[in-house]
Ligand binder design. Structure first.
Ligand code: FAD
Length: 284
């Protein structure tokens, strides 16, 4: 086995909203399959808002002969609705889930029979035994609603003890946060693979806005450079490729078990980063 084949790559998509988006994503997937991803995952809008699009995209990936993971969020959901959705996913041949609490859009109220992702993980295990490989979310820079880094780490440990097999992180640009998170989890006896989530830098406005909302820190030097590029998208992309490739190199050298790319339904940046990392020799 070669070094690169032990290092797992996975790619995340969101369900397209239009028929054109569906077709475009089909093409993007074919390009990204050149990376031989261990699995491709599809996000799931909280409150079930994208359920049909998520399940259709998952079905398409499976039909293309690639392992697919459905994200699955529980906020606002009842046990019965989750039970039904799990049965649907099982019947479709899905074997991997990314189990999440999710965030309800404002105006949805709260309610629902699950409070935390750990409740969902425990429910999936109770209902379906070992059928699913369960991934959970991890936050090296702390989830924005957590009381403290320590309580967030305890929450992560609870998800793993409830039955999660592995984890994917929120994206970050500071590798020290990831390595420290691994050390802290290890000290709690939590030793599942934690794969870094990688967000290629495709533009600046959306990244800066989105990062504020999800609690991912854009280091000052990166933020300032991005702002200085203004709307020079070619420079932003070139800078982004350098920064993210360098981040991935550090993560790989430090022992990360793989990389999970937030593709944003685009292929070019993910392919180029993997080519530069030497993880896609066939692309050179
Ligand atoms: P939890 O693990 O339940 O944590 C939520 C908060 O509660 C944290 O602050 C935690 O510290 C706290 N907490 C947990 N348990 C306890 C406890 N027992 N006592 C006190 N506090 C506790 N969102 C979507 O809507 N759809 C997606 O497809 C999606 N995919 C994602 C994929 C990845 C890899 C990641 C990292 C995030 C994704 N998200 C998605 C975003 C995610 O839903 C949000 O970050 C959400 O706010 C938290 O979800 P969670 O599963 O991490 O929640």
């Amino acid at each position: 086995m070669t070094e690169s084949s032990r290092f797992s790559l996975s790619v995340e998509f969101f369900p397209p909203k239009t028929p054109e988006g569906v077709e475009k994503l089909r093409l993007v997937r074919q390009q990204l399959y050149a990376l031989k991803p261990e699995f491709c995952s599809v996000t799931f809008g909280a409150g079930g808002s994208t359920q049909e699009g998520t399940f259709n995209t998952v079905r398409d990936i499976l039909n293309e002969g690639v392992s697919a993971a459905s994200h699955f969020s529980c906020i606002g959901a009842s046990r019965n609705s989750v039970r039904e959705q799990l049965a649907t996913l099982k019947a479709m041949g899905v074997k991997r889930l990314v189990a999440l609490r999710g965030d309800l859009p404002s105006g949805y109220g709260s309610g629902g029979e699950f409070q935390y992702a750990s409740d969902l993980v425990a429910f999936i295990r109770a209902e379906t035994g070992d059928h699913f490989h369960i991934e959970v979310a991890a936050y090296p820079e702390m989830h924005p609603q957590a009381r403290s880094p320590d309580s967030d780490l305890q929450a992560f440990a609870t998800k793993v003890r409830a039955g999660a097999n592995s984890a994917i992180t929120q994206y970050f640009y500071n590798p020290d946060a990831y390595f420290r998170f691994l050390q802290d989890a290890d000290a709690l006896g939590v030793r599942v693979p934690v794969v870094p989530g990688i967000m290629p830098i495709l533009g600046s406005t959306q990244l800066l806005r989105f990062s504020d909302a999800c609690g991912a820190e854009i280091p000052r030097w990166i933020r300032l450079r991005l702002q200085a590029f203004g709307d020079d998208s070619a420079s932003i992309k070139a800078f982004g490729l350098d920064v993210v490739t360098n981040l991935c190199e550090q993560l790989r050298a430090g022992g990360a078990p793989g990389l999970h790319f937030y593709s944003m339904n685009q292929s070019a940046a993910t392919l180029e980063i993997c080519r530069r990392l030497g993880l896609a020799v066939f692309l050179q």
